[in-house]
Design a protein around this ligand. Structure first.
Ligand code: GA4
Length: 314
């Protein structure tokens, strides 16, 4: 498995956004321009939903592998272990991938959990509904901060019934002893293809982001906060003003890291293009494409690929 150069331990302050403060919209815009990433406090997601889902996830990942594998293989939803995507990417991680829109997901889980599958389903639904609401709010603040109308230009894409959003639970097991000093890769570097990603983890470190100069910085974990990533689609909709952030997870801990991520994507038929109100006479940096076309191409790529490259105008 791949080993990495360590990230710098001296890091600039990652933007901290307090959702309860009235001036946050300007700061969010700045954070999306400079980092494509920020930390969020006073987010309004009930702690109860977070802890309930966390204990459900711990329960699932503690099952014997043979049980968990009954929720696989990924098609493309279900349980996955070490293999990421369809192109031989691997990481020191096991995970559950779910759509946020249909219930077909849970058939596999009923087979394993029996009646407890309902408890799992409710925990995911409560958590995802609360996180979605918070994501809508952030996207509306972004529209306000960018001074564009209507304020739901971004959020309506996630609110749409056909929104192609994904939910992921990642478990990074402790590294075996002989690997501990080696910065083993948990989840290789990549950008997220969707509009926005909302991540919450337990208090175990591992997440790193790449700065504009290419240096990597470690993000100190904080189980009571959320971390927001700009995705490739938002980069395109802002004609490159916001950058989708390259990030990775290093599995260098003796404890388990657990993360839960909501990836807000548009409906498959949606055209992804820079918003005219943001162009001010500029040309689009990107060829026109639908989310379906982008996703199809993205899912064929390797994790670390620059997926937007294919859609840039030369
Ligand atoms: C990255 C963001 C989400 O986790 C994800 C990932 C997906 C997968 O795990 O199957 C991808 C990856 C992600 C981008 C490129 C392709 C597809 C693995 C991969 C190599 C669920 C997503 O939507 O894109």
């Amino acid at each position: 498995m791949e080993h990495l150069c360590p990230a710098t331990t001296l890091f600039p302050e990652v933007p901290l956004i307090d959702l309860s403060k009235p001036d946050s919209k300007t700061l969010i815009v700045k954070a999306c321009e400079e980092f494509g990433f920020f930390k969020l406090i006073n987010h309004g997601v009930p702690t109860e939903f977070i802890t309930r889902l966390e204990s459900e996830a711990i329960e699932f990942f503690s099952l014997p592998l043979s049980e968990k594998e009954k929720a696989g293989p990924l098609d493309p939803f279900g349980y996955g272990n070490k293999k990421i995507g369809s192109n031989s990417d691997v990481g020191w991680v096991e995970y559950i991938l779910l759509t946020t829109s249909n219930e077909a997901n849970y058939q596999k889980f009923s087979a394993i959990f029996g009646e407890a599958a309902e408890k799992f389903r409710c925990a995911v639904n409560d958590y995802v509904s609360a996180v979605k609401k918070m994501a809508y709010e952030i996207l509306e603040m972004l529209a306000d901060g960018l001074k564009i109308q209507p304020r739901n230009v971004f959020s309506k894409l996630l609110m749409d019934e056909e929104s192609d959003s994904v939910f992921r639970l990642n478990h990074y097991p402790p590294c075996p002893e002989h690997h501990q000093e080696m910065n083993l890769i948990g989840f290789g570097e990549h950008t997220d293809p969707q509009i926005i990603s909302v991540l919450r983890s337990n208090n175990i470190s591992g997440l790193q982001i790449s700065l504009k100069d290419g240096n990597w910085i470690s993000i100190p974990p904080d189980q009571s906060s959320f971390f927001i990533n700009v995705g490739d689609s938002l980069q395109v909709m802002t004609n490159g003003r916001f950058k989708s952030v390259r990030h990775r997870v290093v599995a260098n801990s003796s404890k388990s890291r657990l993360s839960m991520i909501y990836f807000g994507g548009p409906p498959l038929s949606e055209k992804i293009a820079p918003l005219p109100s943001l162009m001010k006479g500029e040309d689009s940096l990107y060829k026109e494409f639908t989310w379906y076309e982008y996703k199809k191409s993205a899912y064929k790529s390797r994790l670390a690929d620059n997926r937007l490259g294919l859609f840039e105008k030369i």
